[in-house]
Design a protein around this ligand. Structure first.
Ligand code: HAM
Length: 424
């Protein structure tokens, strides 16, 4: 036999024992989106590579080391999206949404993202994000709304033991001064830092603070923070964000070292951390990106948003014993007593489904006894039995598995009979 093929490393199959939990999270996200006025969009899974290089930044880990980039048959360089923000802003510009009267455009999407990272619990090479973006205005209260939206989603999902960490990462006006201060601090340490950090010293020294190597982290511990070099405008913006968070009763921690892994951030940056996840503990991250649109060839269009990892939400909820709804099941099973009645049973199934009753039948040749056993194990509530004589007279036996009662019902009336029974 040929060797069997397995899924690639770092990806997961979401099977029926789990997919209903995902559906629950997605349904809740859709509801929260509606309540906050965010509209759903579906964006491409792959984009031109250039979008991410320019949008996320050439010197970020995501672009340097983690992208799934390939050439298509027309020799174009394409990349499986590692995140959705750059695509959202591209779509916003491409479809002229900046000309709409209503700003900001409040958009959200859900779907798989792809990053070539070292797989571990809560970190995969294909993972799902819920991504929310408010594009078009600079008002700090929109930052508050975005943070509030993420917290409201977690509240409705019943998640607890979460910590909100926020920082301001400044803007092009305050960064140059900070960059200089940081370079002065880093210069004597350079020989002890890793090659990647050394390479970033000139091109993007801020990224050095995001290096994951413990040796580099330790060496740069005492680095000055951007927070302490903020310009007047950034400071005022951040003060309003903090006041807003306090007003809505959102508790947060100021983390002056929070820089986030993507280059487009300006001003507000934040993460929500789960106390029940271990190393990969961020259940969402986001912030403001006022110059992303320009980086990808558009005009000045500010924006703010966040993305939450669905796997990490489900993991946290399981860990905390939160309710994730219930797996879907059919309500009724149809059992033909004789093989010659199987086709007729198909007709009955069709009329049940047309009446909105979830129903199924056995196709594997199981005995009536084992079909009844499976039905009660699966919590099925009603059984329709098609017997030779009764079927010939146009009736079927309907059994209520909860009460054990059984009654002969004219075939045409079975859907309404069952609908009533299921309502009781
Ligand atoms: P990010 O921090 O790279 O930000 O990812 C956001 C969230 O996606 C993380 O907090 C985590 O829950 C989840 N996530 C990231 N990588 C993985 C992985 N390898 N496996 C499982 N889950 C993962 C962004 O992607 C930005 N686009 C967020 C944003 C939106 N900023 C502004 N708007």
């Amino acid at each position: 036999m040929a060797e069997s093929i397995k899924a690639p490393r770092g990806v997961r199959d979401i099977l029926p024992d789990e997919s209903w939990k995902w559906a629950y999270v997605l349904t809740m996200a859709r509801k929260v989106a509606e309540d906050f006025g965010y509209q759903e969009v579906h964006l491409p899974i792959f984009e031109q590579t250039e979008l991410f290089c320019r949008g996320i930044g050439d010197t970020t880990d995501v672009v340097e080391k983690e992208m799934y980039t390939f050439e298509d048959r027309g020799n174009r360089s394409l990349t499986l999206r590692p995140e959705a923000t750059a695509s959202m802003v591209r779509a916003y510009l491409e479809h002229g949404m900046n000309k709409d009267a209503r700003q900001p455009a409040k958009l959200w999407c859900a779907g798989p993202m792809f990053r070539y990272e070292r797989p571990q619990k809560g970190r995969y090479r294909q993972f799902w994000q819920l991504d929310f973006e408010a594009i078009g205005v600079q008002d700090p209260l929109v930052d508050v709304e975005i943070i509030h939206l993420s917290l409201e989603l977690y509240r409705r999902l019943g998640m607890t033991n979460l910590e909100v960490v926020i920082n301001s990462v400044g803007c092009p006006a305050c960064r140059p001064k900070y960059r200089e201060a940081l370079q002065n601090f880093l210069e004597p340490l350079l020989p002890d830092l890793c090659e990647t950090c050394q390479g970033r010293y000139d091109r993007n020294p801020l990224r050095i603070l995001d290096c994951k190597r413990p040796e580099c982290k330790e060496k740069t511990e005492g680095a000055p923070s951007i927070f302490d070099s903020l310009c007047e405008e950034c400071r005022e913006h951040f003060d309003t964000v903090r006041q807003g968070l306090e007003t809505i009763g959102a508790r947060y921690t100021l983390d002056k070292r929070l820089v986030r892994g993507l280059d487009y951030y300006t001003k507000t940056a934040y993460e929500v951390l789960s106390g029940d996840l271990g190393a990969q503990n961020a259940v969402c991250g986001g912030g403001r990106y006022d110059h992303l649109a320009e980086a990808i060839g558009g005009p000045f269009v500010p924006g703010v948003g966040f993305a939450a990892g669905v796997e990490r939400i489900v993991l946290t909820m399981e860990q905390q014993g939160c309710s994730l709804g219930e797996p879907p099941r059919v309500d009724v099973t149809v059992i033909p007593l004789d093989p010659s009645l199987r086709v007729e049973a198909m007709g009955l199934l069709a009329s049940l489904r047309k009446a909105g009753i979830a129903a199924s039948m056995d196709y594997a040749g199981k005995t009536m006894k084992s079909q009844l056993k499976v039905a009660s194990q699966e919590g099925i509530r009603g059984v329709c039995i098609l017997g030779g004589d009764e079927a010939a007279q146009g009736v079927g036996g309907v059994k209520n598995l909860r009460t054990g009662e059984q009654e002969n019902v004219p075939l045409r009336e079975i859907p309404s009979y069952l609908a009533k029974m299921l309502r009781e």
